[in-house]
Every structure is written in C-alpha cells, then in structure tokens.
Design a protein around this ligand. Structure first.
Ligand SMILES: Nc1ncnc2c1ncn2[C@@H]1O[C@H](COP(=O)(O)OP(=O)(O)OP(=O)(O)O)[C@@H](O)[C@H]1O
Ligand SMILES: [Mg+2]
Length: 363
C-alpha cells in the first residue's frame, strides 16, 4: 500500500482555473474523504490522482515517486465510479477477472483472488450472474470487487453510493467501513456529497472550496473547530446558525451583544483590540436549548415552522430581513411550538466566533 503527496497541484481547462495550490499528504492506511459544493473540483482532483486528467501545475507523488506523467495503468490505482461501468455481457466473475486476464495473471491465482473478494463482499452466490440480474447495491459491490482483485496501492471512489436508495446506501456504507477494517493498510480517497458518509468513513475530511482546500481535519475536528464560516456551515445538518453582533467584553471569554437582542458568551478568548468589533457568532441547531422567560438568551423569536421527526424537533424561527432564520434542533417531541415565541441559549463552549469570516479560535 502507499502514501500520496500533492504539492502545489493546480488544474486549468484552457484559461479557466479549476484548482490551485493544492498541498495534501495522504498517509498509508488512511481513508480521506473529499467534500465540497458541486463543481468545486472533487472529481477533477480524483481523476488527476488516477491519471485520467492531466495535472496542469505542481507535483503528484505516490510512495515518493513523481507520477505526473505516469500512465494510469502503471500507477497502481483502482477507481470506483458512481456509475458502476460493468461489462453487461460478462458475468460477475468475468467482470472481476477481466483486468487480471489482461495482466496475464495465471488462472489459478485469478480464481483465488475472485473467490476471496467475492467472499469479502458477499457476492459468492452471484458470481455466475450477469449485471442486469443484480440490484444496484450488488452491482456497486462487483465494481468494488473488480478494484480489490487488482490489489491496488490506492483506491479511489467517486460518489460510489449515490445511485443507491437510502436503505441500500446505509448497508453499503457499513460494508465499505468493514471492508476498510479488513484492509487496514489500504489507502483510500473517497468523494461524497453525503455528510454521514464523510463523518463515519473518513480518517480525515478535506473540504474543498474556492478552487482550494478550505480545511483538512478529522471529522470531529471539523465539527468542533471549523476554521471559517464556510466549513462551519458546510459540515453539519441543519447548518450552523450564524448570528451577527458586536463584541462587548474581551479577555479569556468573549461576550457578544447580538443584533437580535440576545447575548452570547463564548469561551474563545479575544484581545482587547477586538472590543466593539462586528462578528458573527456560530451556534449549531443541536446546541440550542429553550430557556425560561426572563432568563438570558442567545436568540428569541417567533417559531415560523416546525418539523417533528419524532427523534428530534426542528424549530425554524422567523427569518429577519436579509438573513436566514435561526434553527433549533431539540431532542424528542415538542408539540404546540408553532407560532409560539421561544428563547434559546447555548453554553459558552458551544459558541463559535467568526471575524471577517475566519474563526477567532486559537489554533
Ligand atoms: N473537460 C472539462 N472542460 C472544462 N471544464 C471542466 C471540464 N471538466 C470539468 N470542468 C469544470 O471543472 C469544475 C470542477 O468539476 P468537477 O467535476 O471536478 O466538480 P465536482 O466537485 O466533482 O462536482 P460534483 O459534486 O457536481 O460532482 C467544474 O466547474 C466543471 O465545470
Ligand atoms: Mg464530481
């Protein structure tokens, strides 16, 4: 297995720059997940690692070797796409052995590898079927099996589960997690739009935005200490609430008088020079709890809309001019909250602070 190193990698299509200054090291055994808005260059980055797309600037190393000009087949990489791209006229077994036949691997060895992969992916009973006689999840497992038998140095996945229905997605996600556990040295890079996949599968998440990397960290680092407002609102669902205000006390903790009338105290320290500065506080919907009338609150407003999911209730407060409304996520069932006026607050360790879009949390 292998490590990957991208140094100052960039990509342009003609005059259009899609990615720039990408510096990233992926260690052997890691499962790194790329997330970011549609069109931010996730697939492009993956395809450059695979060798399917030319690198316009910078350097890509696999195990210390520069591979910018190495053809895809010689990079030791296997890629699994959203569309399974199976050969329709070949059985599952033939689909899985095809690449090995081309590579002139002896038949006995080929068969052993297919049996092993089929076993790991619970495909043994389907080996003689054609792809059309399989479900979406089974087809995606064949595509993964086809990658495994080649024993690649690096696995690349581009939204492998996005064609599956919700239940199958969960099941296949857990299978991928278990597969990774059985292959602790395998290096994997995985692109997804799905928050839960990113949070549960990743050893580290790379958030791409504005043609570059916005933040890299473990899932919980990104959740607990987002570096900027973009990452803060991108990771987590519903998104973190941002509420503007002015700093009214500085020091070991920071107090903010919020434009809506509330007060927030954050345990993020601030310098005296920050006094009076305009900031946004960030608070996650799940960190807000209702407070009694007359108690200090971070936000108080009329509930516009309620989504009762049983497990949790989402309260959507009336949006103020030019701003999206605050959302609170309360555990359990809360009846009769629509149109009620509710005040909510959060503990100091749950209040994030952003000045000019950047977190004020010390690194
Ligand atoms: N062959 C191409 N020629 C010109 N522009 C391209 C080409 N391929 C991709 N792009 C542009 O590069 C940008 C990045 O595309 P990419 O497919 O990597 O995005 P993505 O992050 O994977 O998006 P999605 O989440 O929608 O899959 C997009 O703005 C896209 O329009
Ligand atoms: Mg893509």
């Amino acid at each position: 297995m292998a490590n990957l190193k991208l140094s100052n990698v960039s990509k342009s299509y003609g005059a259009t720059k899609v990615l720039k200054n990408i510096d990233l090291t992926i260690n052997e055994g890691e499962l790194v997940v790329f997330v970011g808005p549609s069109g931010c260059g996730k697939s492009t980055l993956l395809r450059m690692i695979a060798g399917l797309e030319k690198i316009t600037g910078g350097e890509l190393q696999i195990d210390g070797q520069v591979v910018n000009d190495t053809p895809p087949a010689e990079r030791g990489i296997a890629m699994v796409f959203q569309s399974y791209a199976l050969y329709p006229h070949m059985t599952v077994r033939e689909n899985m052995t095809f690449a090995l036949e081309i590579a002139k691997v002896p038949k006995k060895e080929r068969n052993a590898k297919v049996e092993e992969a089929a076993n790991a992916l619970q495909l043994t009973e389907y080996l003689d079927r054609l792809p059309k006689a399989l479900s979406g999840g089974q087809r995606q497992r064949v595509a993964i099996g086809r990658a495994i038998v080649r024993n690649p140095k690096v696995y690349l996945f581009d939204e492998p589960l996005s064609n599956l229905d919700a239940a199958l997605r969960v099941a296949t996600r857990i299978e991928i997690a278990q597969l990774k556990e059985r292959m602790p040295d395998a290096t994997m890079v995985y692109v997804t739009h799905d928050q839960v996949e990113a949070m549960t599968l990743a050893t580290r998440i790379v958030v791409l935005a504005d043609k570059g990397i916005s933040q890299v960290g473990t899932p919980l680092e990104l959740y607990e200490a987002p570096r900027n407002e973009f990452v803060a609102t991108f990771i987590g669902s519903p998104a973190m609430n941002l509420i503007p205000g002015k700093i009214t006390a500085t020091g070991a903790t920071t107090e903010v008088a919020l434009d809506g009338g509330g007060t927030a105290i954050s345990n993020i320290p601030s310098p005296d020079a920050a006094m009076g500065r305009q900031v946004n506080i960030g608070v996650r919907p799940e960190d807000l709890t209702p407070v009694e009338e007359g108690q200090p609150y971070v936000y108080r407003g009329e509930v516009d809309y309620v989504e009762a999911l049983g497990e949790v209730t989402l309260l959507y407060f009336v949006a103020e001019a030019g701003r999206s409304g605050v959302i609170a996520k309360l555990p359990g069932i809360h009846r009769d909250t629509r149109r009620a006026t509710v005040a909510v607050s959060a503990p100091a360790e749950k209040i994030h602070l952003f000045m000019d879009g950047q977190s004020m949390r010390p690194e």
